[in-house]
Design a protein around this ligand. Sequence first.
Ligand code: CO8
Length: 257
Amino acid sequence: MGYQHILVSAEEKIGILRMNRPNVLNALNQVSMEEIVHALEAFDADDSISCIVLTGSEKAWAAGADITEMADATAIEMLYRDQFAQWERIKRIHKPIIGAVSGYALGGGCELAMLCDILIASETAKFGQPEIRVGVIPGAGGTQRLTRIVGKSRAMEMVLTGEMMSADEAYQRGLVSKVVPVEVVVDEAVALARRIASQPPLAVRLAKESVLKAYETSLSEGLEFERKNFYLLFASEDQKEGMQAFKEKRDPRWQGK
Ligand code: CO8
């Protein structure tokens, strides 16, 4: 598939997807969302790829859903567009997605960032849910995910005023893992992706599922889910290899089975 609004590349085991609609600060229209989901699913299905890095430009990760595309829509048209079916597909990507965020991550852009598994921000990153300023509210998870990450009071303040959060505050509040200079944000994300890609793929997959489960369930159900995945890994050759290699004081050779 030839892409219009994204650039896709691969480096060793890392798939890199760059949002690329510079004229509108990477605003997410229907085509760009289709392309992002298509590329993520292609990386997920590609055995040569272990981890995915999603990024934008220095000025903008993504400044939200494309306002011009939505401005004249009726509620029924919005419903039939069923855009959120695509967002649901991003939730089902098995491989870890690391977001490298510079500049504006607003509205749908902030929501897309929060769908990533790990975020690395540059010092210029700004996160916000400014939908209120254009007469709506977040629609792709902002009221739910932001609240779970930064807490009710700060999330409420951001959603009700549309004001942005700096990269430093995002780090202090646990929205991102690390803040780095803008020139190295993608390199940092790729280096992290490489470290993850050197781990056993099955365990990475089940670890991601288990951590995400913590958002969806009670503690007891989450613990049960974790335990089942833990037991399941004892059926893998990689578990035997990993523990044998430890005993023999050598590096393990992972097979992903
Ligand atoms: N949609 C469409 N175009 C945009 C968007 C956007 N979200 N953001 C910026 N642009 C365009 C501008 O219109 C401008 O175009 P032009 O040059 O043709 O006038 C160009 O990008 C550059 O923008 P600015 O000149 O405004 O740049 P500034 O540096 O002055 O300001 C800001 C940057 C502060 C980011 C500003 O552009 C802004 O406020 N943008 C809108 C942010 C916003 O409100 N985002 C939320 C949108 S609603 C939403 O995301 C709902 C999510 C629902 C779920 C998702 C479904 C897909």
